[in-house]
Design a protein around this ligand. Structure first.
Ligand code: HEC
Length: 123
């Protein structure tokens, strides 16, 4: 009887402390709100994201790596083959983009994923 009670107590304590440490983690690293719209727009979300992170290298003047991400047809081709998601997610077998820069935020990655999955439309 005592044994059962002790075990119950320690279980209870474990549950409480697990709850506490979870709260602490939440406080230390609050989740960045990430709302991806139901339909991700190329002009409103994707193009500005590429402007901020990619087009300083991948524009028609520099053509770094032979890649021009200002040309929609080329971008769509790279999206449709899986290369775009491969490079930004640092998947094995792909160059890691942005080159020598930090990986895109989870929010930006989610936007790209959703846009590509929906067919990489010029919307
Ligand atoms: C600082 C310059 C720079 C930035 C910023 C940059 N890239 Fe690149 N990118 C390169 C270089 C250089 C290559 C050539 C491959 C290599 O050297 O890894 C390349 C290659 C690529 C390729 C072709 C990969 C292949 O295997 O041929 C794609 C697709 C690409 N980049 C997409 C992006 C995307 C998307 C972003 C933004 C999230 C981005 N890049 C940001 C420099 C850059």
């Amino acid at each position: 009887m005592m044994n059962l009670f002790t075990r119950w107590c320690s279980l209870f304590f474990l549950a409480i402390s697990a709850g506490c440490s979870y709260d602490n983690v939440e406080e230390l690293a609050p989740k960045i709100p990430c709302q991806t719209p139901a339909i991700v727009s190329y002009s409103l979300s994707i193009s500005p994201l590429l402007d901020r992170n990619c087009r300083s290298c991948h524009n028609p003047t520099l053509l770094t790596g032979g890649v021009n991400l200002e040309d929609f047809a080329e971008l769509k081709r790279r999206a449709d083959t899986g290369q775009l998601l491969g490079v930004v997610n640092h998947m094995p077998g792909f160059a890691q983009m942005p080159k020598d820069g930090a990986k895109l935020s989870d929010c930006d990655l989610a936007l790209l994923q959703k846009w590509v999955t929906a067919g990489a439309l010029n919307n």
